[in-house]
Write a protein of this length. Structure first.
Length: 189
């Protein structure tokens, strides 16, 4: 039931917004009582926090798995990390939209838990770029912080426009993004 409440809430938050969706709207949509809702969540914000935590924790785990793969180069890992972010939009587009759009509705104590996790995604990209500079795959004069923000900017915005059933696959989008980035940061040969 918790999963059903979460899935329906994500759908309603995406469609109507967090503030405009009531607990009554959620329980009415799946035919349960408010008591059922409160059995699983102490508040609507607790539910939103659960959605945020689940989304970001999944991305961090995937990103960590990519980074720990010693068989791949930094360039390959960069592609895998960019693809992972875009693919998550394909797999969890509703959650991605709720994550990015509704973060503003989290209270400070919840933001204090989510923001370091969001920062971890950035730190993993920075670490990868630093490693690529150190091993000669990326330019020595690379501004790692700015490039990291650029990569996150182009990938995180895909939730707004990427259509999984559109003419370009998530793999093609990732290839285009990584090619665009590497042509600006790849060491000259």
């Amino acid at each position: 039931m918790k999963h059903k409440l979460t899935v329906k809430s994500i759908e309603l938050f995406e469609k109507n917004g967090f503030s405009e969706t009531s607990i009554q709207d959620i329980v009415d949509a799946i035919g349960v009582t408010k008591g059922t809702f409160y059995y699983y969540f102490k508040s609507k914000e607790a539910l939103l926090m659960d959605i945020h935590s689940s989304y970001i924790d999944g991305m961090i785990k995937q990103q960590k798995d990519i980074l720990e793969d010693v068989s791949k180069s930094c360039k390959e890992k960069l592609y895998d990390m960019v693809y992972m972010l875009i693919h998550n939009v394909e797999l969890e587009g509703h959650s991605a939209r709720v994550f990015f759009r509704e973060m503003k509705n989290l209270k400070e104590e919840n933001l204090a838990e989510i923001l370091p996790k969001r920062d971890q995604i950035r730190y993993y990209f920075q670490d990868l770029l630093k490693q690529g500079v150190e091993n000669g795959e990326f330019r020595k004069d690379l501004n790692i912080d700015i490039v990291t923000f650029a990569i996150l900017g182009i990938t995180n915005w895909t939730y707004q426009w990427y259509k999984p059933n559109g003419p370009v696959t998530d793999k093609e989008v990732a290839s285009i993004f990584v090619d665009m980035v590497l042509n600006g940061i790849e060491e000259s040969r």
